[in-house]
Design a protein around this ligand. Structure first.
Ligand SMILES: Cc1ncc(COP(=O)(O)O)c(C=O)c1O
Length: 325
């Protein structure tokens, strides 16, 4: 851990002082998207964190580079973590554990009103099994906590939901630094990014000064972003950061976590048909729906594609209908 300083933000913190294992292919591309931009009347750049690296890629890899390195350094042989049935964090933890020779226990909770063969068996669930993780399906958060407690041992490390520990957030402090280098002198009005457990937005906000629109996929984002930013600040030894440049947008939540709206499916069609980019119906689809609804004429936006594409197959029955519209 770095020494405590009076620095307000972590922007200048040297992340090389932390343990880190390579899991992704950095830098991820920053796509100029002329047809999407024309359709929205703005300049939209897509940061492709869905591409490259272990386990089909996605935002959780950046967090796992720090959290799993710390677990290895502590002598762990098993990682326990949580998520919904179609968790991307779980899939990428399973893949990264396979790469690093760690056992992976995924404690999954039925937190989305979906079931059936596609949702329960395909998409991320099938990949979790392929990567050799053990799956523990629970009906409630209490059952999940009890199950994880029973699995814990002296050589296990438990990662929080979404991988959003203080160390995990540092992955997106690094991403903000990477993005700044890619942009060079190009001016950007804001970054649009989905917010679940909050760590991705917290890292982007801590690592850069560009305004961030945090598009909530479930209620309570403001508190989650502040809490995870605080954990990261603690990790690097700086004061609780000010997050004045983060705006939380709850307009795309719809009926709740994991329930796509018509606007989400429309956003999936738009990105696919203008740029050949696949979004997911739980996170990036909601972030894109909020972008489409709130884009200002002529602005320049970086849209963070945080991954999640395998979850599309969990929604196959709806997707085949929606894709044909
Ligand atoms: C594809 C995808 N995008 C965005 C997020 C949100 O990231 P965070 O939990 O750091 O807010 C997640 C979280 O699981 C995700 O899987």
């Amino acid at each position: 851990m770095a020494a405590r300083t009076t620095q307000r933000q972590t922007r200048r913190v040297d992340l090389s002082t932390f343990h880190r294992v390579p899991l992704g292919t950095w830098p991820t591309p920053l796509d100029t998207c002329p047809r999407l931009s024309a359709a929205l009347g703005a300049t939209v750049l897509v940061k492709r964190d869905d591409l490259g690296g272990v386990g089909l890629g996605g935002n959780k890899l950046r967090k796992l580079e720090f959290t799993l390195a710390a677990a290895l350094a502590a002598g762990a042989d098993t990682i326990i973590t949580f998520g919904g049935v179609q968790t991307n964090h779980g899939r990428l933890t399973a893949a990264a554990c396979a790469r690093l020779g760690l056992r992976c226990e995924l404690v999954l909770t039925r937190s989305v009103p979906r079931s059936g063969f596609a949702y329960d068996r395909s998409g991320n669930v099938a990949l979790d099994r392929l990567f050799g993780a053990r799956l523990h399906l629970c009906d409630t958060d209490d059952e999940a906590r009890y199950t994880a407690g029973a699995l814990a041992s002296a050589t296990s490390v438990t990662l929080p939901v979404g991988g959003s520990s203080g160390l995990g957030v540092l992955g997106y402090v690094a991403a903000a630094q990477e993005l700044r280098e890619q942009l060079g002198d190009q001016r950007v009005d804001r970054i649009v990014c989905a917010a679940g457990s909050g760590g991705t937005v917290a890292g982007l906000a801590l690592g850069g000064e560009t305004p961030v629109t945090a598009v909530s996929v479930s209620p309570g984002s403001q508190e989650k972003i502040e809490r995870t930013a605080g954990l990261a600040a603690e990790e690097v030894g700086v004061d609780q950061p000010k997050l004045d440049h983060v705006t939380v947008d709850e307009s795309a939540i719809g009926e709740g976590y994991g329930v796509p709206t018509d606007e989400v499916w429309a956003a999936l069609r738009l990105f696919a048909r203008t740029e050949g980019i696949v979004l997911d119906p739980v996170y990036t689809g909601k972030a894109a729906a909020a972008l489409v609804a709130g884009v200002r004429p002529g602005e320049t936006v970086v849209f963070m594609h945080t991954g999640g594409v395998p979850a599309v197959y969990g929604y196959a029955p709806e997707l085949v209908v929606e894709a044909g519209r």
